[in-house]
Ligand binder design. Structure first.
Ligand SMILES: [Cu+2]
Length: 661
């Protein structure tokens, strides 16, 4: 309901502007009419002013309704949008309406009087600014700036309208004047767009350390003195690794099970790349070679909280590996669970085209289970597949066998812009035993439940193979998916209609609360608005009203406990991914978590949702914190978590060769 309500409020605001624009024009024309014609026109004007009042009241209702979703969804309307039209409307009531009535009565009234005309036109000007608020400026609290940036233009426009009206003579503007005015407006808009496109381009080189906006989250300010380079924040270098892998990025044809093929990018000739499977405590070494012409490559270990230098972000923790180059990663696998790896250079294109694979850390003693990794991907923005299987895959499993499915969402489905990707497991009761690599406490049995999984997120699904078939599908591609069956060629279970959704907030049993005090509190408003980013113009995602590099850098000190509020007042889902840390979900829309501790590294924040999360700053470095809808990230939905005293020698920008997203 949140989005329709949001859209309805914006539509009413736009209608309010249109009504007063037309009425403002008509009121200005009154002076040019004969007494009779003016009388008739004034009657219509009075009706439309009242219609405008009705629209204003409708806005009060829609804003009040939005308020029920949280003050965060209403505050920019109450504090910025409404005053812009309320003030001139008061003048309409006090000055314009009585004069309009006198024109209707045929009384003697100066139809050039600014008090008759200007309040109506100023309401239109205020209405235009409310449309600006809704589509462009998306102001965030505190709103002190808006007094100047929005109140200022209203005051100037009102003053100019007053000046024009008080000097007005009884003549219509010539056609030439109208054409000139039109051309000036078109010229200003076109010039503004071209200026915005070029001014928004990232410079040829820039350090991610050039924080345009530093946020201390209400904690003590951090020192600017640089002590440690990200390069020094590395794992053991001088010990012989337990496991060594080589991944070579190269172009390749990726064959789908349906017979189709994709011109993509592979690791060692396959996509998904080879599975990296290690044991808890292993010192892992991965050598990356790049044989893809004109593309840099890196390796990021999604969900594994490795030392900062091993995190694989081009332009932040390393240079992108150019064609012909190589890079060696080393880290100790400390967390047991399901993770994945992918390139973090031009990732919105390169991950989609195949540069990813699964990364599994097994416990020291391997449990006897049928362990199935499912990487759900979207090829060419339209083909949903499990790995390269875009048709149903059958697998025989003996009844009674314990099964663990490691469901990983590596794709960006265009459908997942506005909803989370939905999976469905049917044919058996099952438990969600881990989220984002972290085991859940006391998971209970589920049946026929929709599993909404964030782009980049993982669910571990556990069950004992029953006597009948078990089916797992992505609901965007119900004809594909995975069919586990006790005997070959058995029946395919039908999918339940409208099954309830799995809710991690209340799933499993709680443990003693982990956090009781917070050293810093950050507030991040996820938004969308008409904007420019790096030469792109459109309805772009925003964090706190802006895009990288203007997004806030969250400054912390080691061992602090950090509280973060994520508010999504946009129209799209944002799977927010903080590198190097796992955060505990505290509440959603004010409802505290009552289930198992829910630790996440990739959290879907849907429109109208407010999440409170907390994490310990226990992994020094400079970390990406971005939307894992990688197209959103490319369009600037990126910020950083930076520890006091850590610096990065790397650069992003047009000529740097580094472009993380
Ligand atoms: Cu997003």
């Amino acid at each position: 309901m949140f989005e329709p309500l949001e859209n309805a409020d914006t539509t009413v605001a736009a209608l309010h502007f249109l009504v007063y624009w037309i009425v403002g024009y008509r009121t200005g024309q009154l002076a040019l009419l004969t007494a009779d014609a003016a009388q008739r026109s004034a009657r219509r004007i009075r009706i439309w002013i009242r219609v405008g009042f009705g629209l204003y009241l409708a806005r009060l209702v829609s804003i009040g309704w939005l308020w029920t979703y949280g003050w965060d969804f209403a505050e920019n309307r109450v504090l910025v949008s409404l005053p812009l039209v309320t003030l001139p409307l008061v003048a309409v009531v006090i000055w314009s309406l009585p004069r309009v009535s006198r024109v209707i009565d045929g009384s003697d009234v100066d139809r050039l009087d600014p008090k008759l005309v200007v309040p109506v036109q100023a309401t239109a000007a205020g209405g235009l600014l409310t449309v600006w608020v809704a589509f462009v400026s998306r102001p965030i609290p505190p709103h002190a700036d808006e007094l100047l940036t929005h109140g200022g233009p209203l005051a100037v426009m009102t003053a100019l309208l007053w000046l024009r009206q008080s000097r007005r003579r009884l003549t219509r503007p010539s056609l030439l004047t109208k054409v000139a005015a039109f051309l000036v407006i078109v010229g200003l808009v076109t010039g503004g767009v071209f200026y915005g496109l070029s001014a928004s381009r990232l410079p040829s080189h820039m350090s991610m350390m050039d924080h345009n906006l530093v946020d201390h989250g209400g904690g003590p300010p951090t020192s600017h003195a640089a002590r440690t380079s990200v390069d020094a924040l590395t794992g053991p270098r001088d010990i012989v690794p337990d496991k060594v892998f080589t991944l070579t990025a190269e172009p390749g044809k990726i064959s789908l099970s349906s017979g189709g093929s994709i011109d993509g990018w592979t690791f060692n000739g396959t996509s998904p790349g080879p599975e990296i499977r290690v044991r808890e405590g292993d010192l892992v070494e991965i050598k990356l070679y790049n044989k893809i012409p004109d593309l840099g490559v890196t390796l990021h270990w999604h969900g594994l909280d490795v030392p900062n230098a091993q995190d694989g972000v081009a332009g932040l923790t390393q240079e992108a590996v150019p064609n012909g180059g190589s890079h060696t990663y080393r880290f100790r696998a400390e967390q047991v669970g399901s993770f994945w790896y992918h390139t973090h250079q031009a990732s919105s294109e390169a991950v989609a085209k195949g540069l990813f694979g699964s990364l599994i850390v097994e416990p020291r003693t391997r449990p006897a289970v049928e362990d199935i990794t499912v990487l759900s991907h979207v090829w060419n923005e339209e083909i949903s597949a499990f790995g390269t299987a875009d048709t149903m895959q059958r697998k025989r499993i003996k009844p009674g066998t314990p099964v663990r499915i490691r469901l990983t969402n590596t794709g960006i489905n265009p459908a997942s812009d506005t909803t989370s990707t939905e999976f469905l497991l049917t044919g058996t009761p099952f438990r969600v035993t881990a989220i984002d690599g972290t085991p859940l406490h006391g998971p209970t049995e589920l049946r026929d439940t929709t599993l909404e999984l964030a782009n980049g997120g993982r669910y571990d699904l556990s069950f004992t193979m029953p006597d009948g078939p078990v089916r797992l599908v992505d609901r965007n591609a119900p004809d594909a998916g995975l069919l586990l069956e006790p005997n070959e060629g058995g029946p395919v279970p039908t999918l339940p209609e409208d099954p309830p959704a799995f809710d991690p907030l209340s799933y499993g049993s709680p443990e003693t609360p982990r956090f009781t005090r917070f050293d810093r509190r950050f507030k991040l408003i996820l938004d969308d608005g008409l904007s420019f980013h790096d030469g792109v113009f459109g309805l772009l995602p925003m964090i706190n009203g802006t895009q990288f590099p203007d997004t806030p850098t969250l400054m912390v000190r080691e061992n602090e406990v950090i509280h973060t509020t994520l508010i999504n007042r946009s129209h799209e889902v944002h799977p927010m991914h903080l590198h190097g840390h796992h955060a505990l979900v505290l509440s959603r829309n004010g409802v505290p978590s009552t289930g198992s501790p829910w630790w996440t590294d990739t959290l879907d924040v849907r429109p109208g949702e407010i999440f409170e999360i907390a994490f310990v700053a226990d992994n020094p470095g400079i970390w990406m914190d971005h939307c894992h809808n990688l197209e959103h990230a490319r369009n600037g939905m990126v910020m950083h978590l930076a520890y006091e005293g850590v610096t990065s020698p790397y650069h992003v920008g047009q000529q740097s060769g580094n472009q993380p997203e």
